[in-house]
Design a protein around this ligand. Sequence first.
Ligand code: HEC
Length: 174
Amino acid sequence: MRWSAIVTSCVVVAGSVMAMALSRAAPAPTAATSTFATSPIYGLSLPKGYRQWQLVGVAQEAGALNELRAVVGNTTALQAYRAGTLPFPDGTVLVKLAWKRKQSSEFGLAFVPGAPTTVQVMVKDSKRYAATGGWGFGRFIDGKPADETQHRTCFACHSTNVQGHDLVFTRFVP
Ligand code: HEC
């Protein structure tokens, strides 16, 4: 073997060892998450596949935000809603999608979703989130978690207003 060939193969080996080391260093995504970015305080990611989940209910914010919202849930959430189970069991995940509310350009009396604004998540884990009623919270804008200040507001509002419904506002729409 010529020197140049030996040097080349050494470089290739060194390169692949380095690639292996790098791939080990990066945390592998778990089945439950689609992104590495997690919410402050609660450490939540956007759940994988939530866009395929079933609808729980819809809402409109008619104030300054002027938004349309849809709340979807995973299988555990939907089972609990259908059976009227309260509190929601561990493993319940609820996701709220929100868009600017805009007038349809095709039909004046219709209001439709415009630009997406936030995606918010609530995960029930009574041990991990014992200090916040068993719920972890996450707010994402363009797929990235919002800051800690915003995450301080979640439990405060939910626990004040819907104490009697396990901190969950949205009721199941038929
Ligand atoms: C000032 C009150 C308020 C604050 C603060 C708030 N929420 Fe909510 N949240 C609501 C209301 C009201 C609803 C019901 C749906 C709607 O009106 O949009 C809701 C619904 C939700 C839902 C759907 C489940 C449910 O309870 O209906 C999720 C998920 C959610 N919020 C996450 C969050 C997260 C995450 C934060 C913090 C970053 C947060 N919320 C902060 C009022 C609040």
